[in-house]
Design a protein around this ligand. Structure first.
Ligand SMILES: C=C(O[C@H]1C=CC=C(C(=O)O)[C@@H]1O)C(=O)O
Ligand SMILES: [Mg+2]
Length: 467
């Protein structure tokens, strides 16, 4: 159960304690206050002492930035079936049975769950991803939300039947904005040289050849194959500086960071999986790629080439068909343009088609995540056959790479991106991932070049390429 409070913290805690004792269940109390404008990275950095290993950063290109610190509540599962989506939803709903709030609050404030899902729960885990569950979400202890105009601080507490009123009051008082010590502003670090190892390059190129044979034999239409590179630095990588660089250089992407103990999963994905705002649903088809040009003319020419290239149009079209169908099964008034447009980020241009609709009754955000994941931009088509091919052919373990990552609130609003253009950081070691949609006309060497471009945002953020 959730009690959301705008004022009179004590009254709400008292009420929550009564409910918790009566029901013998923990109750979430969430206190939201508007605060003076604050830099989200500064807030993230504030969490380094108290909440290291339990921080989340999320910023959407046209929405807001949210930074969560501390795991007030963790919901996770190692369930290896699609049931994992429902397990998370049901547990969150169980805690959501009652919502009390006073005053109007902005979307993205109050009790939010942050987290994500692994790409493929069936494939056995590698050492690298051992500590990542198949789905893990947390309610932060404190959270900063920056909308275009305002900043809000949310403080959450899970109130148990045996908690004492004074301790609960102390929790909310200690996290009042004036009691947080933000004095320590820091500079970004310059990264040192690193040693780069490309993993299984030949196997990956061979996997493309095999995938093409299977596509020509009509076993599947498309499969996305990914590869991995490892970077070894002399010193610990500073995640603060990585996020700062991504934020500056990839403003049209979703910037995400999910700390899981000593590991941080970070990226700048241009690809939304699904967003739900009340009943309005938005998804994105993003597949088909070409590099950016050096001059304006070259850039335009390359864009035109992409928009008229059969191989890339096929790669894209398969995604549009699947997403449109998936949304038509759970939404009404699904609309999508006839032709793709270009989406340009600093390093790459993609074919882009938005799909929008309105959720039918009883179709939740996580049910849509389940339906959509993985789209053929990350998996392939047909879905299950493509996932099988990835298990068989791909020489790496994806872990959370290409999985859904994002947030949801207590009213089933939220947004998930697909965790691509990403890397897993642990101390001085970084693993980066990039994949490509393989169709019948794919040329392995060109797909390899495409992955090199897709690695650039993270490479730049790590200091390996000049911004
Ligand atoms: C799988 C990735 O990109 C996908 C998203 C956009 C374009 C893609 C492509 O053109 O191949 C991929 O389907 C990745 O960046 O690792
Ligand atoms: Mg491609």
């Amino acid at each position: 159960m959730i009690t959301t409070i705008d004022h009179s913290v004590k009254e709400h805690i008292q009420k929550a304690l009564e409910v918790a004792r009566r029901s013998n269940e923990a109750v979430i109390v969430s206190h939201i206050s508007e605060v003076d404008a604050m830099d989200p990275l500064h807030f993230f950095n504030y969490g380094e002492n108290l909440f290291l290993g339990e921080r989340f950063y999320w910023s959407g290109p046209s929405t807001f930035t949210v930074v969560g610190l501390g795991n007030e509540l963790v919901i996770e599962t190692s369930d290896q079936t699609t049931n994992r989506f429902r397990l998370i939803e049901n547990e969150w709903k169980r805690l959501n049975k009652q919502v009390l709030h006073s005053g109007s609050v902005s979307v993205g404030t109050g009790p939010l769950l942050f987290g994500g899902f692994s790409f493929d729960p069936i494939k056995s885990k590698s050492q690298l991803w051992n500590d990542f569950s198949e789905a893990k979400f947390f309610l932060p202890t404190i959270m900063l939300t920056n909308t275009k105009e305002r900043s809000y601080l949310t403080v959450n507490k899970l109130i148990h039947p045996f908690d004492q009123l004074e301790d609960c009051i102390e929790h909310f008082t200690s996290y009042e904005i004036n009691n947080l010590n933000f004095s320590h502003i820091r500079d970004c670090e310059k990264f040192n040289e690193f040693k780069l190892t490309e993993l299984h390059k030949e196997e990956w190129l061979n996997a493309i050849v095999k995938a093409k044979e299977q596509i020509h034999a009509k076993q599947i239409d498309k499969v996305v194959l990914a590869r991995e590179v490892h970077l070894l630095f002399n010193e610990k990588v500073d995640t603060y500086s990585v996020i700062d660089s991504l934020q500056k250089n990839q403003p049209t992407s979703y910037i995400f960071a999910f700390e899981n103990g000593i590991q941080s999963f970070i990226g700048a994905t241009p690809e939304r999986l699904v967003k739900k705002e009340n009943h309005k649903v938005f998804s994105t088809c993003l597949a088909g790629s070409i590099k950016r040009g050096i001059s304006v003319e070259e850039d335009k020419l390359l864009g035109h080439q992409l928009l008229t290239d059969d191989k890339n149009l096929l790669e894209h079209d398969i995604v549009v068909k699947m997403i449109k169908k998936a949304l038509e099964d759970c939404c009404y008034d699904v609309v999508t343009p006839d032709k793709p447009k270009l989406m340009k980020t600093k390093n790459i241009q993609h074919l882009y088609t938005p799909v929008e609709g309105f959720a039918r009754e009883d179709h939740s955000l996580l049910s849509m995540v389940e339906r959509l994941h993985p789209t053929p931009a990350l998996g392939g088509y047909p879905k299950h056959a493509a996932i099988e091919k990835i298990r068989e052919l791909e020489p790496m373990h994806r872990g959370w790479y290409a999985g859904p990552i994002g947030w949801l609130d207590a009213y089933d609003n939220g947004e998930f991106g697909v965790a691509i253009r990403s890397g897993l950081i642990e101390g001085n070691k970084v693993a980066l991932f990039a994949g490509c949609g393989i169709v019948g006309e794919s040329v392995p060497e060109l797909e390899y070049v495409e992955t090199q471009i897709k690695l650039k945002p993270m490479m730049t953020a790590l200091g390996g390429i000049k911004a």
